[in-house]
Design a binder for this molecule. Structure first.
Ligand SMILES: [Zn+2]
Ligand SMILES: [Zn+2]
Length: 214
């Protein structure tokens, strides 16, 4: 079934992370992707769009993406799905990480479901395919709504750049391989929202992204 997917970007944390509310317009059911912080803004976006949130989805375990996930879960009583279990070491230590960055208090996250390559996640009538794309973090995943030509990229690929690979567990060569082997084959017409900065399409990045040439 083709769902009518909608997305609203909610910039959160001092890192200006693109927390995203994604939903299907016909059912008004949706998910919050990467609630890193600033719960008041996330609450406002949920109310403004009249969405019933069924799930919290995490692309990876970094503080700017996952810092408020447990608080939001406790408030909405919905499950957290993702990322891949290889990011457990990040999610276990979110409280210390928040203190280290001088951020608002964060709680550690224990996902209700770890995701792996080939899994599917349902949100209302939206079906998201899971790609495991390590390199920025070991457990990074990308969510793809194939029938909507839409993806939630996390910090794997950006408009004009790629995720950094100098953080614990990062691997620059592996990141480029993840992008070339799994993300680019999604097709040029796939549009995506990424963890930071403006949205883009796979085709635009394939043609112009300096990290993907050669
Ligand atoms: Zn990150
Ligand atoms: Zn980030």
């Amino acid at each position: 079934m083709v769902s009518d997917i909608r997305a609203a970007i909610i910039p959160v944390t001092p890192f200006q992370q693109n927390c995203t509310l994604v939903w299907s317009e016909s059912t008004k059911r949706g998910a919050v992707v990467d609630p890193g912080g600033d719960l008041d803004r996330i609450r406002a976006a949920i109310a403004q769009n009249g969405v019933t949130v069924e799930k919290i989805l995490l692309t990876h375990g970094h503080i700017d993406h996952a810092g408020a996930a447990t608080a939001l879960k406790n408030e909405l009583l919905v499950p957290i799905e993702g990322p891949h279990e290889a990011d457990r070491f990040l999610l276990d230590h979110l409280a210390e990480t928040a203190r280290g960055y001088g951020l608002a208090d964060a709680l550690p996250v224990t996902p209700d479901r770890w995701l792996k390559e080939g899994d599917q996640v349902s949100v209302g009538d939206i079906v998201l395919d899971v790609l495991h794309c390590p390199g920025h973090s070991p457990g990074s995943v990308v969510f793809v709504a194939k029938d909507q030509w839409f993806a939630l990229m996390g910090d794997v690929l950006f408009n004009g750049s790629v995720g950094r690979s100098d953080l614990p567990g990062g691997d620059g060569a592996l990141l480029i391989r993840s992008i070339k082997d799994k993300v680019l084959p999604l097709g040029d017409d796939v549009a995506f929202i990424c963890g930071h900065g403006p949205a883009s399409t796979i085709g635009h990045e394939r043609e112009t992204n300096p990290f993907l040439q050669g």
